[in-house]
Write a protein of this length. Structure first.
Lengths: 161, 309
């Protein structure tokens, strides 16, 4: 009976993980498939798509932009979130509801809405170049996640000394 | 249940007042200094929020009251909202957004709760790998995952293809329906749900289970009287996060629902990209925000009777 329960548990987790990973496996398989259409059954192994994409200057440019936006907004967001988390933890248990709401608000605002708002904001002040607003929006979107994790990390930190 | 043990004490651990054991006046001065320091430390975060979220939101709020090209009106007014609310088509879109987010939340919660209870039993390398595996779809990003679903879900794709070939079923049409959006939404929400519920359940002290067991409670009873009530605050916050993520997701309904199954997010994108009607897009965005806030308050009120103080 116990064994049966354990087997059911493992089967459940295995099925769940298969569901979680399946789309990624399919994408990975597609990337080394010789078929030229998508979606297509697996026909043969090839790495020509990787060669093709690295020969594509637009891809290199886009990848660079992604890396830039990712690293800068991650760095900015982590620093800002760390300072805020430190301040909040140091104050101890008393929680400011309004402050908390403000700090998690980016999760509640859909990305489409943030993007639209930023677009109109940038257009209003005629800010040229999308990169700064792109970085700004990503930083703000990452803030609540960073804040949460850092606050958990600071739980055992001794602020007395 | 142990006396004096509250759910709140488990969720918010640590943290001590800085002024403990200090003379009152010195404590007060120190408190003011620490308030200044707090403000300074919070400044970067709040400045970012104001500049990249607060002010832009005010801009679209203002623009949502501006006349749009479809309606021949002058001066600011509520007509963008009136237009959106009056059209049956948009009401259908709004209801579909809420229905999808709610359904995805309702399916994801129990599935991930069970997983979060089972995961701590995996130890060592398997346990680490299991937790790490959850972050794969998040790391890959929703766009990559959607590409996977677009390959998996067609009637003759790898999922249904064999059944179709053996003549068990006729090729199902899933892409372009709400079912496809729901499947990918649940998939998108699962890792977030499992990770947050996992921390919630892990925070319940082990001694409580031992106490329950020594008092003769079976595993069902221990679940009903210990695990479930103590994890409910965590379940509520998870439900709020899931609903928000579901209602605000854009990529799933865009690629798997398409124009036939518009949601508020894809509708907003259509207003911007297809017709460049920014006042109408702004009104739809504000409407989406209001709908989400109302739904979240509703969720909190619905959960409230079950959460012990």
């Amino acid at each position: 009976m116990r064994r049966l329960a354990a087997a059911t548990e493992q089967l459940y987790l295995a099925a769940l993980y298969l569901f979680i990973i399946a789309p990624l496996i399919v994408v990975a398989a597609t990337s080394i498939n010789t078929a030229t259409s998508f979606p297509a059954p697996f026909e043969g192994l090839t790495f020509k798509w990787y060669r093709a994409i690295f020969a594509h200057s637009e891809f290199i440019h886009a990848a660079r932009t992604s890396a830039l936006v990712g690293t800068i907004s991650a760095a900015l967001g982590t620093v800002a979130a760390f300072l805020a988390a430190y301040a909040l933890r140091r104050r101890g248990k008393r929680e400011n509801v309004l402050l908390n709401a403000a700090l998690v608000s980016p999760i509640l605002v859909p990305q489409v809405v943030i993007s639209l708002a930023m677009l109109q904001f940038a257009a209003l002040f005629q800010l040229s170049g999308g990169l700064p607003s792109l970085i700004g929006v990503h930083t703000v979107y990452a803030l609540p996640f960073a804040l949460r994790l850092i606050m958990v990390g600071l739980v055992r930190f001794d602020f007395q000394s | 249940m142990g006396k004096g043990l509250k759910a709140g004490e488990i969720t918010y651990g640590g943290g001590q007042s800085a002024a403990v054991g200090m003379p009152v006046r010195k404590g007060l001065r120190r408190k003011r200094q620490s308030l200044d320091a707090t403000a300074l430390l919070l400044a970067p975060c709040l400045a970012l929020l104001l500049l990249c979220l607060g002010i832009p939101l005010i801009v679209i709020l203002v623009s949502s009251f501006q006349p749009n090209v479809l309606l021949e009106r002058d001066g600011p007014g509520f007509y963008n909202y009136e237009y959106l609310v009056a059209q049956r088509y948009y009401a259908v879109v709004l209801v579909r957004s809420i229905r999808l987010a709610l359904l995805a939340t309702l399916v994801t919660l129990p599935v991930s709760y069970a997983a979060a209870m089972l995961l701590p039993r995996l130890t060592g390398r398997v346990g680490n790998l299991a937790i790490m595996g959850l972050t794969f779809p998040i790391l890959a990003g929703p766009l990559v995952v959607i590409l996977g679903w677009m390959a998996l879900l067609p009637g003759r794709g790898p999922l249904f293809g064999p059944l179709v070939a053996w003549g068990v079923i006729a090729p199902p049409r899933i892409i372009g329906t709400e079912t496809a959006v729901l499947i990918s939404l649940v998939h998108f929400l699962l890792p977030f749900a499992i990770l947050t519920l996992y921390t919630t359940i892990r925070q319940i002290p082990r001694e409580l289970y031992e106490a329950a067991e020594s008092l003769g409670a079976g595993s069902v009873r221990a679940f009903r009287d210990v695990t479930l009530p103590l994890s409910l605050p965590g379940v509520l916050s998870t439900a709020i996060i899931l609903f928000s993520l579901g209602a605000s997701s854009y990529i799933s309904p865009h690629y798997l629902g398409g124009a036939a199954e518009l949601t508020l997010t894809t509708l907003i994108a259509q207003f911007i990209l297809a017709t460049y009607n920014s006042p109408l897009a702004g009104a739809a965005a504000i409407l989406l925000l209001i709908v989400m806030l109302v739904s979240i308050v509703g969720l909190i009120l619905a959960f409230r009777p079950f959460i012990r103080p």
